[in-house]
Design a protein around this ligand. Structure first.
Ligand code: F6R
Length: 246
């Protein structure tokens, strides 16, 4: 694992955008795995800025999002579909048909999940997977527990995640209880992984992610088994790393 510590959120967003840019420029058909949430917002803003300055071309970029709430219409303002359009897709020359976000509609959910995994494989697999991290160590919506799933699946969100995400909704009652998420296998199959974290509230999860103890209680700790992971954190999120001896 490579751990990059930068000064603050702005530096993190800038560096993350540069890593994505490199990935896009290196491939004829770059396949990106994308995350939503507060953490990558600055990175998306920077990518849009670079596109506007003619420094980036998204015309051949293919994307697969990690996850989406289940039971929320794609046009709900807090859906991850809306998030991606608001922060990236509506502002760059990406082809909508090249973007993928889990949403099963009326389709059988298991069938949908299998198709999502097949679509990732058919695109050649994910070249660069962007990840955020929950305070409880979740990646995508792979929540802590006794088991982790390999493939895309329906998941019950933990109370901690519902509480954390209630900041985007009018009340915690409105936060969906379930989501569809890529499984750990889909994430671990990516050629490269970029994990982003900013702020003190992520410090403990980051310390455990890089600490050497691999456990389903902290799904992000599994990333230690991947051969090409960059953990890009600001000083606040990195504040507990040294105290663990890493
Ligand atoms: C979102 C996702 C989640 C978030 C995580 C951190 O697509 O996969 O794992 O990355 O919940 O969210 P923020 O960045 O809002 O703290």
């Amino acid at each position: 694992m490579e751990i990059l510590v930068v000064k603050d959120y702005q530096a993190l967003s800038e560096k993350a955008a540069l890593i994505v840019t490199e990935e896009i420029k290196q491939h004829n058909m770059p396949v990106l795995g994308l995350a939503t949430g507060s953490t990558p917002e600055g990175m998306y803003a920077r990518l849009v800025e670079m596109f506007n300055n003619n420094l980036l071309d998204f015309s051949s970029v293919v994307t697969f999002n990690l996850d989406e709430y289940a039971g929320l219409s794609p046009d709900h303002p807090q859906s991850y579909h809306s998030f991606m359009h608001r922060h990236l897709f509506d502002h760059v020359n990406i082809m909508v048909e090249n973007t993928h976000i889990p949403h099963c509609g009326d389709q059988n959910i298991s069938e949908f999940c299998r198709e999502y995994d097949r679509a990732i494989s058919a695109a050649g697999g994910i070249g660069l997977q962007i990840l955020g991290i929950g305070g409880n160590g979740h990646i995508g919506f792979n929540e802590p527990g006794r088991f982790l799933s390999v493939y895309t699946h329906l998941v019950e969100l933990t109370e901690e995640t519902i509480k954390a995400n209630s900041r985007f909704f009018d009340s915690p009652r409105e936060v969906p209880r379930q989501a569809i998420t890529m499984g750990m296998g889909s994430i671990m199959h990516a050629s490269k992984i970029l994990l982003l974290a900013s702020g003190n509230n992520k410090a403990s999860a980051i310390q455990k992610t890089v600490s050497g103890i691999i456990s389903t209680d902290l799904p992000a700790s599994m990333l230690q088994l991947h051969h090409n992971v960059t953990v890009l954190v600001d000083q606040d999120a990195a504040s507990l790393i040294n105290s663990s001896g890493n």
